[in-house]
Design a protein around this ligand. Sequence first.
Ligand code: NIG
Ligand code: FE
Length: 425
Amino acid sequence: MIYADLVIANLKELITCSGPAPRVGPQMKEIGLVERAWVAGHQGKIVFVGPEKDFKEKVSPSEKAKFIDGTGLIALPGLVDCHTHLPFAGDRAYEFSLRLKGLTYQQLAAMGLGIQTTVQATRKISKEELKNLCLKRLKIMLLNGATTIESKSGYGLNLEDEIKQLEVIKELNFEQPVSLVSTFMGAHEIAPEFKNEPRAYIELLKKTIMPEIKKRDLAEFFDIFCEPTVFNLEQTRELAVEALHLGYKLKIHADEFEPIGGTKLAVDLGAHSVEHLIKVTPEGIEKLSHSRTAAVLLPGVSFFLMTDKKAPARELLDQGAIVALATDFNPGSSYLMSMLLVLQLGVFTLKMTVEEAINACTINGAYAIDRHLQVGSIEPGKDLDLLLCELPSYISLAYELGRNPIKIIIKKGRVVAKDGCLTGN
Ligand code: NIG
Ligand code: FE
């Protein structure tokens, strides 16, 4: 008999996303749909998925087991937001107003605004204040469907303030329901003190900050902003090689504004993912489609920067690249905290099918952060992270634009939110 302490009974539709992980090409059309499904969990893990008859034969719920009636509800895996810049202070609403008057994101950065503004604000606040800000944001992100979130530093750009951001992430991972994955992004921008001497900043990163963060076990991934005006291709290569040498897993922001070879470099170095890809070249697409490096697309950025240029999701999917979607939540290019909206933007702006967008927001997002064995699908052995939604069918996840249909959120087998409010579990 299978023991269970949580039973979700009689779901109208259950999207399991079970099967190959990551998914590519035609596999992206498969969402593992089970009708009238029962799910059981034990100690936070999924122990059973199937029809009522099998449940009755195989599962023995404990006396204190919690029952949730799924009648009329559709369920899908907790969404995975595999790219965010969560720990920052302040906002850039003023810059946004300047963009509305015609200035571009790059012009603002060249004027000394942009990321540098957020660096000044983030350096100023205390760790406790930063933690409170992040906690509030995580609640919003959870209520909008994300149960696992990757989170990058990169607004400190010195040892002390990078540690502050990464410690906030590490502590919050134990203090609230969302699972967090840490990325050290000291290579987000050249630190202001080194504005005219990038070489000195790169040496500081390599010799001091990167080894110290690793020694303190504060980050699993290392990420670099590869753009001609930030870290050029050679500098990106130098930092990436050092990161791998120190034991970090690798991510690269590439082809957001200028395609300078970051995608090819990421694939050649075996990066887990390459991010943005708004301007990825045909060669870059070809390279990705024969690789194990995930293409993380961030449709909120094109939308937020109000540009017609969008990542070529269709080409990437049709050629067999591993496509994931994420918010890129940050104060400059995507103040977006909703993975539900990202799923919809994938459909409405990148021409993805609903099934492709669901896989990109779940199992492939999990792959991009090396969590595809733990989360991203509803299969025995994995964490019981489930969203129960009031919708006529899963197609309406995209169709009912801008609405939050989530009724119950289960994280590691606990009901953490109900009817739009956290339960405190
Ligand atoms: O992913 N591209 C680099 N970083 C962010 C923007 C950060 C910011 O503007 O503060 C991004 O778009
Ligand atoms: Fe980013």
